[in-house]
Every structure is written in C-alpha cells, then in structure tokens.
Design a protein around this ligand. Structure first.
Ligand SMILES: Nc1ncnc2c1ncn2[C@@H]1O[C@H](COP(=O)(O)OP(=O)(O)OP(=O)(O)O)[C@@H](O)[C@H]1O
Ligand SMILES: [Mg+2]
Length: 316
C-alpha cells in the first residue's frame, strides 16, 4: 500500500525577479516501509519538495495523500496529527538543536510538548530513545557543542522518531559527516526503519549514498522529476540524459572500469519563470527542437519512468 501519494505538487516562491518554480508539477508515491531516494544537484528543489510534503511549507498546487487520505489542506487538528506522523531529519543537526539544552532535555522536549506522558514516563521514554539511537550514558548531560557531528545527528534522529512517526524526510542527514561516521548513521536509520516500519524520503545530492538503502530513486532537475524507478534499474539502465550525467560523476574505485565523466555545457535554464519544455534541454547533448515542447514523465519499462521525449531514439 502506498503510504504517501504526491500528485502534480507545486511550490513556487515569489522573488523580485519573478516566481521561483522550486517544485513544479511533481508526482510520485512511496510504499509503506520503503525508502525513496531523491537526488539532484544543489538548488533543484529537493528540500523544498520534502518540506512541502510534511507541511513545513504550504503547497502552491497539487495533492498530497497520506494513508489514502487527502491531507493537502489540513485543519488545525489534522495538521497536529500530521506533525506527529511526518518528521524531518536535517543535514546539520547543530543548527536545529537548542544550545542551552542538555542532550537529555533535547530528546525529552518533543515528548514533553506532546503532553502524553507522566513525569516518570518521560524519564523512562527519554532513556529508551537515547539508548535506541546509541548515545552513551556519559553524554546524556552534555550540550550540543560538546558533541561530534555523528552523535549530534543521533540526537536529531531521536527527536524525529520520539513520537513514532510513520514517515520521515531525511534531508542530507549524512552529507556533513565524515565518511566513516556516515555508514554508522545510515545503518542506524536502516535499523530503525526495520524495527518501526518507517517510510523514508531520503534526500541527497550523492547517488552512491542512496544506492544501498533505497528501493526506488527519483531524480530531480530544476524543480521537476526527470526519472524515477527501482534503484537497480536506474543504476544499470539510466534513461534520462541528466541521470547519466549524475551517474558518470560518481567516482569508481575499480580501475578497470574507468567511466568517462560526461561533461555538460550550455546555459542553465532558470527556476525563475523557466522556459517551456525539458529543463535540461539547454545542456543536453541529445537535445533537438522538439525537446523545447512540453514533456511528461512516462513509463518506459515496469515502474521505470522518464521525462525525455527522445528516450526511445537514444536507447535504440
Ligand atoms: N524560502 C525561499 N524563498 C525563495 N526561494 C527559495 C526558498 N527556498 C528555496 N528557494 C529556491 O528554491 C529552489 C530550490 O531550493 P532547495 O533548497 O529546495 O534546493 P535543494 O535541491 O534542496 O538544494 P541543496 O542540495 O543545495 O540543498 C532554489 O532556487 C532556491 O533558491
Ligand atoms: Mg536542500
């Protein structure tokens, strides 16, 4: 069953130079208990999409369905319930943690605010959460600045899962961490997913990070989804020229399998009042005149969608 279904979602921001089309007609769904990887270069709208889905931002247009219910425009009570069910883990937990609270108080805070626990339960539940995310006892009374990035992110995770959410947006949760710590945090997120049946939207600009943890991957380019499909399919048979560029940029350790990095040149379409047609066309080596006409995400093989109007010609 799809936990989350997004249809034609848009989020525009007004700016002095015109409307920023940060998320522009994006549709996809995520099955319960699964991870959807969301990749694309800086500024393509990944965070905006994640934040709009969980109602940290109001959507401009489109529909958000959660557990089959239309939750696009919730009332106050509905929003409070959604806030419990949908959470976010940020890239930099430091900026989202109160510097004056100990770790223990930080983790306890969302539990306290929920008003659901007695004092004894609060203590017990806080201890359970701290253990669950692997914060050693000796750090419980420390302050955020006394911690390394990995432990700070564990605190961010504890807060996010404190009230048993069903859906969590992980917005580049390991991008700021050392590579050795990244794996630990990814493992923690996967363990929690298994134990609690969590559903993740995992945002990253780094395709190699999501390869092993995502069932499906979606690729965004300038506010639009250009390709979405099962992870292996996307890695083995990338369809959209932009996805190929992203994949060619992943460094390989295998010296016999040296990929040639595809370089793209050309003018970059702007997210402010963008030109019609494929937004990658201005940089695409395969672009033709027809690429500047409106294009839609269409299914090319089972569950594998692409928005390139030349996809069949390129792959024949
Ligand atoms: N509050 C805002 N007001 C105006 N424009 C915004 C706002 N938030 C984001 N944008 C613009 O929307 C577009 C998408 O930004 P967003 O932060 O979602 O990208 P991103 O893919 O998360 O990038 P990154 O990888 O750098 O985190 C950008 O052009 C950005 O400048
Ligand atoms: Mg972002």
């Amino acid at each position: 069953m799809a936990l989350l279904e997004i249809e034609h979602l848009k989020k525009y921001f007004p700016s002095p130079r015109g409307m920023v089309h940060a998320v522009d007609d994006v549709s996809f769904s995520i099955q319960k208990g699964e991870t959807m990887g969301l990749v694309g270069e800086s500024g393509c709208g990944k965070s905006t999409l994640g934040r709009t889905i969980i109602h940290l931002l109001d959507s401009t247009d489109g529909t958000i369905r959660f557990e089959g219910q239309d939750v696009t425009h919730p009332d106050k009570k509905g929003l409070a319930k959604l806030r419990e069910n949908m959470q976010i883990i940020f890239q930099d937990p430091y900026s989202s943690l109160n510097p004056r609270l100990t770790l223990r108080d930080t983790v306890m805070e969302p539990l306290k605010l929920s008003g659901r626990f007695t004092k004894a339960e609060l203590e017990e539940e806080t201890t359970r959460l701290m253990e669950l995310v692997g914060i050693e006892k000796r750090f419980h009374m420390s302050y955020p600045h006394e911690l390394d990035g990995g432990r700070r992110q564990r605190v961010g995770i504890a807060r996010a899962i404190a009230l048993n959410p069903k859906f969590v947006v992980c917005d580049e949760p390991v991008s700021a961490l050392d590579v050795s710590i990244q794996a630990q945090i990814l493992n923690l997120l996967m363990d929690l997913q298994e134990e609690y049946g969590l559903t993740y939207l995992f945002v990253t600009h780094d395709l190699s990070v999501v390869r092993h943890i995502s069932k499906n991957i979606s690729v965004m380019y300038l506010g639009q989804m250009v390709e979405t499909g099962p992870t292996n399919e996307l890695f083995n048979h990338p369809l959209h020229p932009y996805t190929k560029v992203l994949l060619s940029a992943i460094p390989t350790v295998d010296i016999h399998n040296k990929k040639s990095r595809i370089l793209v040149k050309g003018e970059i379409n702007s997210p402010i009042n963008p030109k019609p047609g494929c937004r990658f066309a201005l940089r695409c080596p395969y672009a033709e005149k027809k690429c500047h006409e409106p294009v839609q995400l269409t299914e090319v093989s089972k569950g594998h969608f692409c928005s390139c109007c030349r996809v069949h010609e390129i792959h024949s």
